[in-house]
Design a protein around this ligand. Structure first.
Ligand SMILES: [Zn+2]
Length: 471
């Protein structure tokens, strides 16, 4: 049996720590990495060497140092891997393409046919979005390592490991992830949208470096990601954070989930806008525009709007105060289109209600802040699902595209060597680091089987074994 701390495990863990840090900060040095990852300089040098050979990290320029050799600056190789993150939202599907430096390279939006949608309609819409994004970016498709989905509802895992979506608010029966995405040639990961937003906020936003935060997603409905002790709380079957369906009254309005008196039925974005529309006002446009109109009307003295908004903030404050009492967070990070608009305009009023309804001790300890990653970060957070698997060594890299020059040189070399005899491939000129194992190529029909890893001419070849089609 493999020991828990085998040399291989330690290498994988060290690689993950270093790669995560490089991707997260974008630019760093070996010495800084050693300090931040609590690893020896020799270990960091070795791991960084591996990551450079894998084509995931590169040196770019240097910093002057006192007397000694200049210090190399390190950064992720954007083209080393690509990810797609998807927000399956209220109105449609937003699919975004990111490179390894998490630069957003492209974005498509496909509207869902109806407000309440079937799994098949979501599958068709997702399929169209993937197709558009991937065919528009063929060069990054070759290093696409996975797709992450942020979904409405609870995303659980069945005994056989398949993801099951429980979207009671959409009226779905428990639905296998495969029914919602169809078949794809890359690994797919999924989680609840509020949890993917919490991940984005933990990586890049207001929750970065914080051990106790609650990230609140206020859109049409309400969800939270609870970060306790630095970990995202999932519960026994991944439903932790279904804050929108805590009951704030006996009876009360009927919620999307079918129950009555849920918090979401009072202060979810669509509930608030619904009441504003029913108040007899001439409200047109999208829900986002209607909410902005409500805030404007309240600020300019419309008594109906002012009363509706005060009620909304009071009930929202009550819901948040309950979270403060239950989880004792340092901060509440408010995101989602409805949350951002409400807190941008009525931050102090909301804080007053939280202080009024929560116990003094935890209320004194908590601050309310706006999401830093914005109201469309569910897709970014979803892209982190495959990225985390990749960083942890659970996903193989896909083949990096070779340039035409390298391809034709490979073809020439392999033809000269004849069929079946592996040849050692030429390394990048001037590259001082030897590959861990020789990179070899063997002819196999109209393709070449390339093995090993290392820099080839001007390209990085970072894949244990792959077939290179010669086009
Ligand atoms: Zn409900």
């Amino acid at each position: 049996m493999k020991g828990r701390n085998s040399v291989k495990d330690i290498r994988v863990r060290n690689r993950a720590a270093v790669l995560r840090r490089v991707v997260l900060v974008g630019e760093t040095t070996r010495a800084v990495l050693a300090n931040e990852c609590a690893l020896s300089p020799a270990t960091v040098t070795s791991v960084v060497g591996d990551l450079i050979r894998e084509g995931l990290v590169e040196e770019h320029g240097s910093l002057p140092s006192d007397g000694g050799r200049p210090i190399a600056r390190l950064r992720p190789v954007g083209a080393g891997a690509h990810l797609i993150g998807v927000d399956v939202g209220e109105h449609g599907v937003t699919a975004e393409l990111f490179d390894l430096s998490l630069r957003r390279m492209d974005r498509v939006f496909h509207r869902l046919p109806t407000r309440v949608t079937s799994p098949g309609q979501v599958a068709d819409t997702l399929g169209a979005a993937f197709h558009q994004l991937r065919t528009a970016n063929p060069e990054s498709d070759e290093t696409l390592i996975g797709i992450g989905l942020g979904l409405p509802g609870i995303v659980g895992t069945a005994e056989d490991g398949t993801n099951i979506i429980h979207a009671q608010s959409l009226g779905w029966e428990p639905t296998a992830l495969g029914e919602v995405v169809g078949s794809t040639d890359v690994p797919i990961f999924a989680d609840n949208g509020a949890k993917t937003l919490a991940m984005a906020e933990t990586w890049f936003g207001a929750a970065a470096g914080q051990s106790h935060s609650i990230v609140v997603l206020m859109g049409r409905g309400l969800g939270i990601g609870v970060i306790a002790g630095g970990q995202l709380l999932r519960g026994s079957s991944s439903s932790a954070g279904e804050w929108g369906h805590i009951k704030v009254s006996l009876g009360g309005p009927t919620c999307q989930c079918g129950a009555r008196g849920c918090l979401e039925a009072y202060v979810g974005g669509s509930a608030v806008v619904g009441r504003w529309r029913r108040a007899g006002t001439d409200v047109t446009g999208s829900d986002e525009e209607a909410l902005a109109g409500l805030l404007d009307a309240a600020d300019s003295g419309n008594a109906t709007a002012a009363r509706l908004l005060d009620e909304t903030l009071e009930i929202l404050g009550l819901g948040l105060a309950n979270l403060v009492n239950l989880f004792n967070p340092d901060q509440l990070v408010i995101g989602g289109w409805a949350g951002l608009r409400l807190v941008e305009r009525r931050h102090a009023q909301l804080d007053q209600y939280i202080a009024e309804f929560a116990l003094m001790r935890p209320a004194d300890n908590v601050t309310t802040v706006l999401s830093k990653v914005g109201d469309d970060a569910v897709a970014l957070g979803a892209a982190l699902l495959p990225l985390e698997q990749f960083i942890d060594g659970n996903l193989p890299a896909r083949s990096a595209p070779l340039s035409n020059g390298t391809r034709s040189l490979l073809a020439h070399s392999v033809r000269a060597a004849g069929q079946r005899r592996p040849i050692r491939l030429p390394l990048s000129p001037g590259h001082h680091q030897r590959p861990a194992a020789p990179v070899t190529a063997t002819a196999a029909g109209d393709r070449f089987l390339v093995s090993g890893s290392g820099p080839l001419l001007s390209d990085q070849w970072s894949h244990p074994t792959d077939r290179v089609p010669l086009r």
